[in-house]
Design a protein around this ligand. Structure first.
Ligand code: SF4
Length: 547
């Protein structure tokens, strides 16, 4: 972090507090059963700072940490849990750590994509993630260690880390850079140096910050069988794919440089490789209309023109942002492009969201672009809330994973129902096993892929998976608890993962598969070992059929 920003950060968060004031507030928080945001606000209003401002949770956390140090007290874990700054950040059970690769050219020429020399392609210097990365000179170790430290200081549990490597097109970076980058991120999680990637991966199995997911972003036309194998060797478990549109004419006008067929091939290979797939989809590209966008969105789930639709696991909706330094800006200046206004975009998204099936999670409805960069169009960062309000008014609802997660809600493991939803892709039959509370909230799920014998790809891209059913994801919700920490009533350690895996084994056996494989992140290997899986070359697997 630069010195200037360190000073600003310290002034904001580490201002010494009056200890009487601090203790009074903390005592009230400690005494409040089931502390809600409104209740916290009432407590803070009763104890304003001398200048009339209210304490922030960050200040409270930091003040509490300092007070514990001075008084030689052990911090109260329950109080720390209540003081978490952004509970939604770890509510999915895992702490997300985003890091950016160094600036590097991308072969893409997409007309909407900004090209700034000091940034990885498509990133702007004042985006929060890009600013953090630049503070650490894009160093993978420093970025990962810095993020883990800050999240830990703010009271988040950081024993399970999902590492998101961002920065244009990962597959275009030199292979030795990729290997070094992942190894150094793992070194930071391991708090230890390694000399090879394999060593760093092995150390992570018992590290204090386990890697439970590794995500990269790339272009569909860069996914080949070799790339799939290489991604797995690096430890990748999830791929973000820039799909943007399912219309070849729109892809051409926006100079994406690949076809819809390339997207289909990429998704087929990734799915057969057991990867989770996040699709980026962009409404309001050059040449699109709200009607064509809605039709395009429908094709994600049901596509009459192909055997089956793409049916991604997760979705990021990135309405096209009009930025300077792009070719799209020139089209706009010539009057050939008009960004949707708020009403048009909200109404479109309110019609899209109810179409999303329950097996998909919508991670974003808007990219985190600081509004001064947006020349014209919607600049609101709370678009999701606006869309949700609109849907409520219209009496529609979204059934996506994110809208149904239990979040911080108490879970009675005995009352959970195990549901199963099957759907076809052109390579697999997918079984989405989900644990649901009596009020229809999602406490956990498992994605099981059953490769189809009639798949257009005769062999899976990785020989090790021949004859295997594949677990692509196991996810149990609840605050990200420390490993081994069993908070009564939360979903994470109520044995849901084991229950889901046993059900997957049963289905794989009944469907005639000999083995069940899992795409295990390096930090989850011990978990699967305890459940009967053995380490293969790139996957873990166990026998489920007759010997
Ligand atoms: S592929 Fe992605 S990073 Fe490359 S130019 Fe297109 S949008 Fe930008």
């Amino acid at each position: 972090m630069s010195e200037r920003r360190q000073v600003a950060w310290r002034e904001t968060y580490l201002r010494p507090l009056d200890s009487d004031l601090l203790v009074a507030v903390l005592e009230e928080i400690q005494a409040a059963p089931g502390l809600s945001e409104q209740r916290l606000l009432r407590i803070l209003r009763r104890h304003p700072l001398p200048d009339g401002a209210l304490l922030s949770k960050s200040q409270l956390l930091d003040g509490y940490a300092q007070w514990c140090g001075q008084e030689e007290q052990t911090p109260d874990p329950e109080l720390l849990r209540r003081l978490r700054v952004k509970p939604t950040r770890t509510i999915s059970g895992v702490a997300p750590v985003s890091v950016l690769t160094e600036p590097h050219p991308c072969p893409g020429e997409c007309i909407f994509c900004p090209d700034i020399e000091t940034q990885p392609k498509s990133y702007l210097p004042d985006e929060p993630g890009a600013m953090r990365a630049a503070d650490f000179a894009f160093d993978p170790f420093a970025q990962t260690a810095g993020r883990i430290a800050v999240m830990g200081e703010l009271g988040h549990s950081v024993d399970k880390v999902e590492l998101l490597i961002l920065g244009g097109t990962w597959s275009c970076y030199p292979e030795d850079y990729q290997e070094w980058f992942v190894r150094r991120c793992l070194d930071a999680m391991n708090e230890a140096e390694s000399s090879t990637l394999e060593e760093a991966q092995r150390l992570n199995e018992t590290a204090s910050h386990r890697n439970v997911g590794l995500v990269i972003e790339t272009r569909p036309d860069h996914i080949t069988p070799e790339e799939v194998r290489r991604l797995r060797w690096l430890g990748v478990t999830k791929v973000q794919l820039g799909v943007q549109s399912l219309d070849d004419a729109i892809l051409r006008r926006n100079k994406r440089g690949h076809t819809v067929e390339a997207t289909r091939n990429a998704m087929r290979l990734l799915r057969l490789g057991g990867f989770k797939i996040v699709v980026h989809w962009m409404p309001n590209l050059l040449g699109a209309t709200p009607e064509s966008d809605l039709a395009d969105f429908r094709r994600l789930w049901d596509d009459a023109a192909s055997l089956t639709a793409l049916r991604p696991d997760e979705l990021k909706i990135y309405p096209t942002a009009l930025l300077e330094n792009t070719e799209l800006y020139t089209h706009w200046q010539r009057g050939e492009y008009t960004p949707y206004d708020e009403e048009t975009l909200v109404s479109l998204l309110a019609r899209c969201k109810p179409l999303i099936p329950p097996y998909c999670r919508v991670n974003r409805l808007m990219r985190d672009i600081p509004s001064p960069n947006i020349v014209e169009g919607v600049k609101k960062t709370n678009l999701r809330q606006i869309v949700q309000r609109r849907m409520k008014q219209e009496g529609s609802a979204c059934r996506c994973i994110r809208c149904r997660e239990v979040r911080g809600q108490e879970v009675d493991a005995e009352a959970l129902r195990l549901d199963s939803l099957s759907y076809e892709t052109d390579a697999t039959r997918e079984v989405f096993l989900n644990c649901v509370t009596p009020d229809d909230r999602l406490a956990g799920f498992l994605r099981l892929s059953l490769p189809r014998a009639d798949s257009p790809v005769a062999e899976p891209p990785i020989g090790e998976l021949a004859g295997c059913a594949v677990i692509r994801e196991v996810h149990v919700y609840g605050p990200a608890l420390e490993l081994g920490d069993r908070q009564a009533g939360t979903a994470q350690h109520a044995g849901l993962g084991t229950r889901l895996i046993e059900e997957a084994k049963r289905i794989a056996r009944e469907e005639g598969y000999e083995r069940l494989a899992v795409i295990a992140a390096v930090g989850t290997r011990p978990y699967y070992r305890e459940r009967g899986f053995e380490q293969g070359e790139l996957y873990m697997s166990c026998r489920v059929g007759a010997a």
